[in-house]
Design a protein around this ligand. Structure first.
Ligand code: C5P
Length: 325
């Protein structure tokens, strides 16, 4: 089973004051974009050798899922969200009466699986790569193990893995609240269906960016006052929509990493349009009304910033085709 795991961008991200549980309340419009990791799941008897050259989970930690990846820097042990998703799903399945051996009256054993993760989404970029991989694992293993756990249960498991994971189980354009785990479907941007994604090539740590937001006292309750008319926003052309979008994590991220603030400034000047950061950074984006415009601006961004810049579809057709009912 091969599952595409798309990246996301936070079109709009407002952040309120730190809660007692250590998280911040959010109001975010999130969409998927056409940049994918791919998760391949193979039942273990057929799985070996899946990718002989790949870095594999050490035998000592092998359990229900053995992970390997094309990216040698990626942890493939219990730190990886795919491994944690598999473990959490197996625990939930056992609670629901499934057994690993298939004994005890169940026809749906939790057979060991080999997983290969082809990484394309950079880490520490605010694009939700690890979260999307985890959601792909939940969707894929729920099918492969024939668990048929309902989406509501998968969402609970997803929220336990990370604030962004439930988004990737839901609609490709969603309004996320709570700490990010409350997901409501939203219209996709109607006119601006393309984006230039700028990937500066360094990572920003999400907890550090939130901490700096608090230190700078920039997470006031006023950030969450009022809610935009999302339907009206979804109908705006790119430049009009871009000028309304806000990301409260930009100021602390640029404070931690002035080079990122500089890059954003020079992109805005040279591309002559607003440029926003996604999530807690480091990726930047601007929306476009056509594929041609996105390709031209991506080339320009590459020249200006000497950084990777990609033209990507907003809510890609690949994903729509894969997840069609
Ligand atoms: O949920 P996730 O593991 O992605 O969160 C990573 C860190 O980001 C949290 O430990 C917290 O410091 C910060 N965070 C937050 N408020 C949120 C989401 C994340 O403060 N809504």
């Amino acid at each position: 089973m091969r599952i595409p795991a798309p990246a996301k961008i936070n079109l709009h991200l407002r952040v309120g004051p730190l809660r007692d549980d250590g998280f911040h309340p959010l109001l975010s419009w999130i969409v998927t974009v056409g940049l994918f990791d791919t998760l391949t799941l193979v039942r273990q008897p057929d799985a070996d050798p899946l990718h002989a050259e790949a870095i594999s989970t050490p035998a000592s930690t092998r359990r229900i899922l053995t992970l390997s990846s094309n990216d040698p820097s990626l942890p493939v042990d219990g730190q990886n969200l795919v491994v944690r998703a598999a473990t959490a799903l197996a625990d939930a399945a056992r609670e629901a009466g499934f057994s690993p051996s298939g004994k005890g009256g169940t026809e749906n054993p939790l057979s060991p699986v080999s997983a290969f993760l082809n990484k394309r989404i950079p880490a520490g970029a605010g694009l939700g790569g690890g979260s999307s991989d985890a959601a792909a694992a939940l969707i894929g293993l729920n099918r492969l193990w024939k668990l048929n756990l309902p989406m509501s249960r998968l969402s609970e498991i997803a929220a336990g893995l990370g604030s962004d994971v439930p988004f990737f189980l839901g609609s490709s354009s969603s309004i996320c609240t709570g700490r990010g785990e409350v997901v409501q479907p939203a219209l996709c941007p109607d006119i601006c269906r393309w984006a230039v994604l700028v990937l500066p090539g360094f990572e920003l740590a999400t907890p550090a960016v939130y901490r700096r937001l608090d230190e700078l006292q920039l997470a006031g309750p006023e950030n969450l006052a009022g809610e935009p008319d999302w339907n009206a926003w979804a109908r705006l052309p790119a430049v009009d929509l871009m000028s309304r979008l806000v990301n409260d994590l930009e100021a602390p991220a640029f404070d931690l990493c002035p080079a990122l603030g500089e890059l954003r400034r020079s992109l805005e000047i040279n591309l002559r349009r607003p440029v926003r950061m996604s999530g807690s950074g480091s990726s930047l984006f601007t929306l476009c009304d056509s594929a041609g415009e996105a390709a031209t601006l991506a080339e320009q961004a590459l020249r200006v910033g000497q950084v990777r810049a990609l033209a990507v579809e907003v809510v890609s057709r690949v994903e729509q085709a894969f997840f069609a009912p």
